[in-house]
Design a protein around this ligand. Sequence first.
Ligand SMILES: Nc1ncnc2c1ncn2[C@@H]1O[C@H](COP(=O)(O)OP(=O)(O)OP(=O)(O)O)[C@@H](O)[C@H]1O
Length: 267
Amino acid sequence: MTAAGPLLRVDRLRKVYPSSTRPVVAVDGLTLDVAAGEFVCVVGPSGGGKSTLLKMVSGLLPPTAGQVLLDGVAVTGPVPGLAVVFQEYGRSLYPWKTVRDNVALPLLPRRLSRAQRHRRAEAALTSVGLADAARAYPWQLSGGMQQRVAIARALVGEPRVLLMDEPFAAVDAQTRADLEDLVRALWQRLGITVLFVTHDIDESVYLGERVLVLSRAPATIRADLTVDLPTERDQPTTRADARFAALRSEVFRLVAAESVPEPGEPR
Ligand SMILES: Nc1ncnc2c1ncn2[C@@H]1O[C@H](COP(=O)(O)OP(=O)(O)OP(=O)(O)O)[C@@H](O)[C@H]1O
């Protein structure tokens, strides 16, 4: 991180989707800072602009106005410092490539030998608990394991920031709990910065050190809460903590307030 500013700065970001009828303003003047090493969750009402925000932060979607700065440098397209994990893990992995080759893909543009790429991919797979699956094909793995592969692929290039867009929305409850604990463990072990979008309020409080609540569309920051729970968390203990319950109620109230349309407004 530069001494002058945060690792990630989102500066008055705005996105307008053109439309033949009425343009959709999905994000409007959204500003936020994320310091190096933070774990920040973003929650908000459905259709509120969470995915749009994350796509712009990743450099995949050009904003209509405003900018994203990584370590003070404008992000104008995908960069190695920002890695993304999406919900659709099935579609994001190539079925004809082995797990190891899928994970090694982001390394292809780098000046590395095949053996070096394989070594790094295997190390990334080990970090997500999949050392034994390197030679398998994605379709041979369960949904949860495929999402671990997607996480390994995001980590293989040693990004500064890991961006996650509802990454566990499509897996069963137990797998989801395991993946949540994996991401917390990776965050602690690697000292990486995480920006995690979810529609699940409990998940945002369980995972985050900070929870940002978005307004209804067009998205702006409605609230910025510090999650003052112990760093060491585990599913049964943390979720039974009175402070966890208080925080989830607070986030729930904030999101619910944003989900109710104004009188006369279409639902
Ligand atoms: N490619 C697009 N073209 C036009 N409108 C879009 C496009 N993508 C998103 N939108 C609109 O922008 C608004 C915000 O959508 P977005 O997917 O970012 O919200 P979200 O909070 O991620 O939603 P959800 O919780 O349902 O995943 C919505 O009104 C949506 O219909």
